[in-house]
Design a protein around this ligand. Structure first.
Ligand SMILES: [Zn+2]
Length: 180
């Protein structure tokens, strides 16, 4: 067994507690000693450590009766997935927090060739959006007044225009060309 696995397993004490709780359930596989030893083996394979085992058994006890090993495995899989998602979320939130400490919430883009100023809010995301978990994004752009920032930037640059104005002019020019 690799070294890092040494403290990652269900202790005998926890296993006794888990099996004891399963014995409280209606229709539990009572009696046969080898059934209990197989069940202990199963729990050891499904649970990385005591905290996982304790959580799994707590979920199992929500059932009115012993649901069988198949359901125990499904519960363990769901638990593993939930733990993985929680860990990924925690990491994404920590990354976002680090980013937010430095991020002003926007970027000013100056197109020197066309004399166009554009202010873009920061919408950086730190995880993939998915149906069953939170999308962690930078929150620094909240309440930022883009046009105010743009006006301040334009005041510093006489003759420059905003991106919005630039696009308007391009469209007008395009229309003019079509009518000629
Ligand atoms: Zn940001």
């Amino acid at each position: 067994m690799p070294r890092e696995r040494e403290n990652l397993m269900v202790t005998k004490e926890m296993m006794r507690k888990c099996l004891g709780k399963i014995k409280l359930m209606a229709y539990c596989p009572a009696g046969e000693p080898e059934v209990w030893s197989l069940l202990a083996q199963e729990l050891n394979e499904l649970c990385a450590d005591d905290s996982v085992a304790s959580e799994l058994i707590a979920k199992l006890l929500d059932y009115e009766r012993w649901p069988g090993v198949g359901e125990l495995r499904r519960l363990a899989q769901a638990q593993q997935r939930a733990r993985k998602i929680a860990a990924m979320l925690q990491q994404a939130r920590a990354e976002r927090d680090r980013h937010e400490q430095e991020c002003p919430g926007y970027t000013i883009i100056c197109n020197e060739a066309e004399h166009v100023v554009e202010v873009r809010t920061c919408n950086r995301s730190f995880n993939e959006p998915s149906l069953d978990w939170e999308w962690v994004i930078c929150g620094r752009s909240e309440g930022i007044n883009i046009s105010e920032l743009e006006r301040a930037e334009l005041a510093k640059r006489p003759g420059w225009i905003s991106r919005e104005e630039h696009v308007k002019r391009l469209i007008a020019e395009e229309r003019r060309k079509r009518w000629i």
